[in-house]
Design a protein around this ligand. Sequence first.
Ligand SMILES: C[S@@+](CC[C@H](N)C(=O)[O-])C[C@H]1O[C@@H](n2cnc3c(N)ncnc32)[C@H](O)[C@@H]1O
Length: 202
Amino acid sequence: MEENTLLDNYYLKASELETHKDGEIQQFIESSEWHYIQYPLGRNVDLLKNLNSIGLLEKNVNICDCGIGLGTTMYDLYLQSKEIEDLKFTFTGIEKWKPYIDYFNDNLSVYWDNNLKIIHSDIIDCDYSNWNFIYIFQPFKTAGKTMPFYKRVLETAKPNTLIFGIDQFNVMMYGEKYEGLIELFKKTEKINCGQWTLLRKI
Ligand SMILES: C[S@@+](CC[C@H](N)C(=O)[O-])C[C@H]1O[C@@H](n2cnc3c(N)ncnc32)[C@H](O)[C@@H]1O
């Protein structure tokens, strides 16, 4: 099957789980966390190719999505990784909400050929030193949840790790109350690559 068709099929299959209609969303409201929102395809076209072209990817690229949901974004990157033959990739997703993991196992794991590891955990409790590419896309709704999480990622990630989704504006606006966060943030460099802005831990 054509890779675009695979991604389109994955997107459609993931769309069939409509959490909002189950009433489960109440749980996310109470914990100030975002439920899975499947963003339109096209946000990350050629992301890996672009990063590789400016020498940012190591020989082994170990990617972690913090709050993977049903994994559509990671699946896009997985398909992209197949076109970069000289590098090795691994894919991991951390997800707290068990119904997403169950739906993934029943309906979507077949697309992955065993190449995605899902960890059932809270992203605030994880140690990020096993990965060198950390992808974050709005798991939390409030600074009170977001800042300690940013701190955890910046503290535990290894030097040279690429980090997507830590927002400089938010860190500067709310970070002072979280001891050590701004200092940790200053130990990163900001990288612009095409339409993306990311950090690299120094
Ligand atoms: C906005 S979606 C992002 C999905 C995916 N990362 C992407 O970019 O397409 C947020 C996801 O984070 C998960 N999430 C929220 N809080 C979490 C937590 N504390 N630990 C683990 N996962 C969490 C939600 O269940 C949901 O799947």
